[in-house]
Design a protein around this ligand. Structure first.
Ligand SMILES: Nc1ncnc2c1ncn2[C@@H]1O[C@H](COP(=O)(O)OP(=O)(O)O)[C@@H](O)[C@H]1O
Ligand SMILES: [Mg+2]
Length: 232
């Protein structure tokens, strides 16, 4: 469902060029649970931005469900993003002074879903993440773990096939981190493709496949059949 062929992404800084991604080839099947690892600056976020159609490669081909994203206009890419992909970030990226409920409704507003339906759906998702009693709260009134769960609820608003999470537990204590990973595991069990960036091996252990980057290249790609399946 995801295929990257000889992908590169260069950043030109004055008269030097940083090869953030350097000839990356990857195939990711629907329903995989993948951890992306590698030192800071190795290209992980650049990869996630390209996978999520937030950025375009400078060379190579990205096929998403067989569609070459190079042929798409910005508006078409925005539509693909909104429909197929849910993003979760390290710093939650919730809209401040806006209730949890409204934050979760936002992607459905962009998708032109009607108001009654979107409130109902947002409440359902918040309820499924144990946030039913927090719907009216502002992000500033929530703990880090709760904010990240609201962010996950927002990512799920349009029922995406793919969840992209860039260091989703990077700002959380270990208990909240494990809660977030249990949610990721459940989303994967529902058949969604889950791709997370992490520095921590105990977080990566939830995944079935670990891809490690160095200097914009894949240096290892390991499948594991002993990923954490039981309850943590
Ligand atoms: N917007 C940008 N402008 C210039 N250089 C960038 C930009 N984004 C990333 N880079 C550079 O590209 C490389 C990869 O960055 P990034 O993908 O953010 O790494 P990671 O997420 O693994 O820490 C780094 O050398 C970084 O400095
Ligand atoms: Mg990063």
């Amino acid at each position: 469902m995801i295929e990257l062929i000889d992908i590169c992404r260069d950043y030109i800084m004055g008269d030097s060029t940083v090869k953030a991604l350097d000839q990356v080839n990857l195939k990711i099947e629907k329903g995989e649970f993948i951890a992306i690892m590698g030192a800071s600056g190795s290209g992980k976020s650049t990869l996630m931005n390209i996978l999520g159609c937030l950025d375009r490669p400078d060379c190579g081909t990205y096929l998403l469900d067989g569609i070459d994203i190079r042929d798409k206009t910005e508006n078409e890419l925005a539509e693909i993003r909104n429909k197929k992909i849910g993003f979760v970030f390290q710093s939650f990226n919730l809209i401040p002074r806006t209730s949890a409920l409204k934050n979760v409704e936002l992607p459905m507003i962009y998708a032109k879903k009607d108001a009654t339906q979107r409130t109902k759906k947002a409440m359902e998702i918040l309820g499924s993440l144990n946030l039913g009693d927090r719907a009216k709260h502002m992000p500033s009134e929530l703990s880090g773990g709760q904010r990240q769960r609201v962010a996950i609820a927002r990512a799920l608003a349009n029922d995406p096939d793919i969840i992209l999470a860039d260091e989703p537990t990077g700002n959380l204590d270990s208990k909240s981190s494990l809660e977030i990973m249990e949610i990721m595991k459940a989303l994967n069990s529902e058949g969604r493709t889950v791709i997370i960036v992490t520095h921590e091996h105990d977080i990566a252990d939830y995944a079935n496949r670990t891809i490690t980057f160095r200097d914009g290249r894949v240096i290892s790609d390991v499948l594991r059949d002993d990923a954490l399946k039981g309850d943590a």
